[in-house]
Ligand binder design. Structure first.
Ligand code: G3P
Length: 216
C-alpha cells in the first residue's frame, strides 16, 4: 500500500479561509495525479466546507471527548462525522489530552466510525496508548516540529523501535520536507508521514508536495 501523507494545516495564516481552500485543492490535484494517499487536516472552521469541496479525506486536527450536548466551543466526533470528516488527530503535542480523555475519545471514534491517529511525543507515551487500539500512532518529537531537521534523519532508531513496540500502524512527523524523509520513514517501517510547515508555509506548496510524494 502507498504511504499515507497527512498535511496538517495547523492555524498558519497561509491556510486561513480561501487560501486554505486553495491548499486543499492542491493536495487533491497532487493526490490524483500521483495516485497518492493524501489526507488533509484543515483549520477547524473549514472542516465541513472542505469535506464537501475536495475528494480526498479530511481529518480534524483535534476532537473533544464529548457526546452532543451542553459543551460550548468543542468539536464532538458526532458532529465531525455528520460533516463528512473521516478521521481525527488526537493528542497532538500542540493540543495535548489526558490519557483518560484519549481513551474516551477513542471509544467515540469507534462509535462514530472516525479514523483515529493518536500522536505521541516519545516511546513512553506510545507504551501507554498502544493497547487502546487507535488506527494509527503518530510519533512526533516536539523539538523537531516546525524545524528543518526531520524525524527521519534525527530519530531513525526511535522510529524503528516504535514500529517494533506495537502492532498499531506507525506514522511519523516533525520536520518532514523531502521524498528522502518519506522513503526513510517507510523503510524503517512507518506507514506514512505527517507534514505541516514544509508544505503549508512553502512559497510553492504544490512543488513541495510533488517533491515529497514523487521525489521530482
Ligand atoms: O502534525 C504534523 C506536524 O506537527 C509536523 O509539523 O511543521 O514539523 O511538519 P512540521
Amino acid at each position: 500500500m502507498k504511504p499515507l501523507v497527512i498535511v496538517n494545516f495547523k492555524t498558519y495564516k497561509q491556510s486561513i479561509g480561501s487560501q486554505g481552500l486553495k491548499l486543499a485543492k492542491i493536495c487533491e490535484q497532487v493526490a490524483k495525479k500521483f495516485g497518492a494517499r493524501v489526507v488533509i487536516c484543515p483549520q477547524t472552521a473549514d472542516l465541513a466546507l472542505f469535506a464537501k469541496k475536495v475528494r480526498i479525506p479530511v481529518y480534524a486536527q483535534h476532537s473533544d471527548a464529548i457526546e452532543p450536548g451542553r459543551n460550548t466551543g468543542f468539536l464532538s466526533p458526532a458532529e465531525a462525522k455528520a460533516e463528512r470528516v473521516k478521521g481525527t488527530l488526537i493528542n497532538h503535542s500542540e493540543h495535548p489530552l489526558s490519557l483518560r480523555e484519549i481513551k474516551k475519545l477513542l471509544k467515540l471514534c469507534r462509535k462514530y466510525k472516525l479514523i483515529s491517529i493518536v500522536c505521541v511525543p516519545n516511546l513512553g507515551v506510545l507504551k501507554k496508548v498502544r493497547d487502546l487500539r487507535p488506527n494509527y500512532i503518530a510519533y512526533e518529537p516536539p523539538a523537531l516540529i516546525g524545524g528543518k531537521i526531520s524525524v527521519s534523519e534525527a530519530k531513525p532508531d526511535v522510529i524503528k523501535k516504535a514500529v517494533e513496540m506495537t502492532k498499531v500502524n506507525i506514522l511519523v512527523g516533525a520536520g518532514v520536507n523531502s521524498h528522502k524523509d518519506l522513503k526513510t520513514a517507510v523503510r524503517l517501517g512507518a506507514k506514512g508521514v505527517l507534514v505541516a510547515s514544509g508544505i503549508v508555509k512553502a512559497r510553492n506548496p504544490k512543488k513541495e508536495l510533488i517533491e515529497l510524494i514523487s521525489g521530482n
